[in-house]
Design a protein around this ligand. Structure first.
Ligand SMILES: [Zn+2]
Length: 179
């Protein structure tokens, strides 16, 4: 028995219908000036860090190149390096904000590997604790999950802001900027 609870996937579908010209949710979030609402927590020249709306654990972040491609080999070197640097910063921010026992970091390329959005690359960075279980099915309450995501956003936003090279935005509703 597996109960999947994903209210944001419904929101994402609705978003696609509202903006038919933008058929990729990652591209839509990257382009919009609504970082807090979209839970974009940090940005660099060629990438951005987005809280996963269906987190395995609190603090589950996706680091996403701006370029719309599902081909890892298609990323030019400067974009690859910029994306890797933002992954480093994401790891440091997660460690500072949550002090996990460990972290999983990686990609799901293709549906056979568990990928859901196949045509826009994204690296998962997931804090882990000894004996943890998948957070969403355990909680399973929309209001609690939304509150948890908002708290996670604030903690990570603060942790990114403490990192070397971070530029605090003037408005608290904006992602932390690097580069
Ligand atoms: Zn895209």
């Amino acid at each position: 028995m597996e109960q999947v609870f994903a209210p944001w996937r419904i929101e994402w579908v609705e978003r696609d219908e509202k903006n038919p010209e933008v058929d990729c949710v990652f591209c839509a979030f990257e382009a919009e000036d609504a970082d807090r609402e979209n839970r974009v927590v940090a940005r660099s020249d060629h990438a951005f860090a987005l809280l996963n709306n269906y987190p395995y654990n609190p603090g589950h972040v996706m680091v996403i190149p701006k370029r719309h491609t599902g081909e890892y080999a298609a990323l030019p070197e400067d974009e690859l390096l910029d994306h890797a640097r933002l992954k480093q910063r994401t790891l440091r921010a997660i460690e500072a904000a949550f002090a996990p026992d460990g972290v999983n970091a990686g990609y799901n390329f293709g549906r056979g590997a568990g990928g859901s959005i196949e045509d826009h690359l994204h690296a998962h960075v997931v804090p882990r604790w000894e004996g943890d279980t998948n957070f969403m099915p355990v909680i399973g309450d929309t209001k609690v999950i939304v509150e948890a995501l908002e708290e996670t956003y604030d903690r990570l936003h603060g942790a990114f802001g403490e990192l070397e090279g971070a530029h605090e935005s003037d408005e608290s509703g904006r992602a932390i900027r690097f580069g």
